[in-house]
Design a protein around this ligand. Structure first.
Ligand SMILES: [Zn+2]
Length: 65
């Protein structure tokens, strides 16, 4: 019998203000974005969807709750 594993509840989703590490362009993203987001300034991929909380390849300036 399989032991049921409780799902790890990720911190509640929120909007984040992030800053590109390459060109410092700031933008607001959704922390659980399911689509990749590229920097408006340099085209660097800033957010990569990863099934839960998106993996963020930028500096998080602040959380907008
Ligand atoms: Zn950039």
């Amino acid at each position: 019998m399989k032991k049921s594993k409780s799902l790890i509840v990720s911190p509640k989703s929120s909007y984040l203000l992030i800053r590109c590490k390459k060109c410092a362009t700031e933008r607001i993203i959704f922390s659980h974005s399911t689509t990749a987001i590229k920097c408006d300034g340099c085209g660097e991929e800033l957010v990569v969807p990863s099934g839960g909380m998106a993996s963020i390849n930028a500096d998080i300036v602040k959380r907008l709750d």
